[in-house]
Design a protein around this ligand. Structure first.
Ligand code: SF4
Length: 229
């Protein structure tokens, strides 16, 4: 597995278009995270933030799945791509989504501009619902919940190893309803880090952008009021 080596700098754009709220480990639902409702006007400060923090990646995730009700937010996506694909910025784009290939319309879903798509999976079988578009990097990520076992982790790793459309695999711990990080299968996952998968320590520090504001801790969105659908 070809693990990335460079020191990249990410701006994490948090969207809130609403969500299906069906992931069992959902930090937004369980911890009262309130990302402000996403608007086209909220992109006005994006380029300045990218330049100020000298970012070479823009990663979209959320306060809700970024592709939730995509057809209602095409204006936002068009504006987002206008800004982030400007050649002088030299950016790479990453998307986090829980929508797997059988849940969207291929032709209407803008996967193409992304250099990496990170698919959030729950079950082993979800791996067979992942597709690659063009030459992008495809990563499968699992948030480790109580039901995970070494056997399940090995099954996932074995499938990814021979999967023609998945390049990378990562596991990360969940944050429980007390905003505490859990430690399921932690020693086993650490032992396999950079061998068969990435094990990502839960780390709250990042450069977050939402609606023209930058924050450096996800927890700062805790107990904020947000519009939820
Ligand atoms: S996609 Fe994100 S916000 Fe939506 S249910 Fe899953 S974890 Fe929660």
């Amino acid at each position: 597995m070809d693990f990335e080596k460079s020191k990249d700098r990410y701006l994490s754009v948090l969207t809130n278009f609403g969500c299906h709220y069906s992931c069992p480990y959902c930090i937004v639902k369980n911890c009262g995270i309130g990302i402000p409702k996403t608007t086209v006007e909220g992109l006005q400060g994006l380029q300045a933030a990218i330049e100020k923090y000298d970012c070479n990646w823009v990663s979209i995730s959320g306060g809700g799945d970024p592709f939730y009700k995509l057809e209602e937010h095409i204006d936002w996506w068009n504006e987002f791509f206008d800004i982030t694909t400007e050649p002088s910025l030299g950016l790479k784009l990453e998307l986090h989504t829980s929508y797997l290939s059988d849940t969207y319309d291929d032709d209407a879903t803008p996967f193409w501009p992304f250099n990496r798509v990170v698919y959030h999976c729950h079950n082993v079988s979800d791996l067979f619902r992942i597709k690659r578009y063009g030459g992008q990097i495809v990563r499968a990520v699992y948030v480790v919940t109580e039901d995970f076992t070494e056997e399940k982790i090995n099954d996932i790793a074995a499938i990814v190893k021979h999967h023609p459309m998945i390049d990378e695999l990562s596991f990360r711990q969940m944050v429980n309803s007390n905003y505490e990080t859990t430690h399921y299968c932690e020693e086993y996952l650490k032992a396999g880090h950079q061998k068969d998968w990435w094990y990502i320590d839960q780390c709250d520090y990042n450069i977050y952008y939402a609606e023209n504001e930058v924050k450096f801790k996800y927890e700062e969105y805790k107990n904020k009021v947000a519009d939820k659908e």
